[in-house]
Design a protein around this ligand. Sequence first.
Ligand SMILES: Cc1cc2nc3c(=O)[nH]c(=O)nc-3n(C[C@H](O)[C@H](O)[C@H](O)COP(=O)(O)O)c2cc1C
Length: 195
Amino acid sequence: MSNEAPPSYETQSLRDFAEVIRGRRTINLYLQTPVPRELVREAIEAATWAPNHHVTEPWHFYLLGSETIERCLDLCYEIVTAKKAPDAGKFKREQWSEKPGWLVVTCRRSDDDLLQREDYAACAAALQNLMLYLWKAGIGSKWTTGDITRDSRFFDIVGIDESEEVVVGMLWYGYPKITPAQKRKGLDEVLSELP
Ligand SMILES: Cc1cc2nc3c(=O)[nH]c(=O)nc-3n(C[C@H](O)[C@H](O)[C@H](O)COP(=O)(O)O)c2cc1C
């Protein structure tokens, strides 16, 4: 066994990496600057390098085009109108129509509880990879699990087989118009170091 000192970790590249992780924010308001499709495809490819138990690769990514987005907007209007009122439906539809990019991430279903949990965890890790990759490229995103992501009409529109896959999240993405601030608990509040 060697007693050599570990390599220095106080590098600029590690600080930069940490800054990407810390700096990423959920973005609600976007510029309408188009996001290069190839960049999104590269982000999805990078996302799939997430850890996944038994290398099940349980994820699938649905990159929505303008026709599909229009249908989702109509569904958004219907859902909110049924729950609240047409005014609210129209308002939400308009808000959502400002989201430049739409991506749906699913996880395969399993009858085995443990496998389902592990697969879901892997998909969440993949989504975080994806958001960080985009953030490093200057693109913000928002992971949402709103009502629409559990609506069977949404599954039909996107072409997801509900008996085979669950939606882990819908990801809106685009260049941020406003980047909000966020806070986190201090390390002492979340870490227990044991003897
Ligand atoms: C599984 C998951 C589901 C989320 N669903 C929603 C949602 O439905 N609506 C929403 O406004 N934000 C949603 N978010 C985003 C969180 O609100 C956001 O991450 C949180 O406010 C912290 O902000 P930050 O991402 O900028 O750190 C979701 C995040 C995760 C991880």
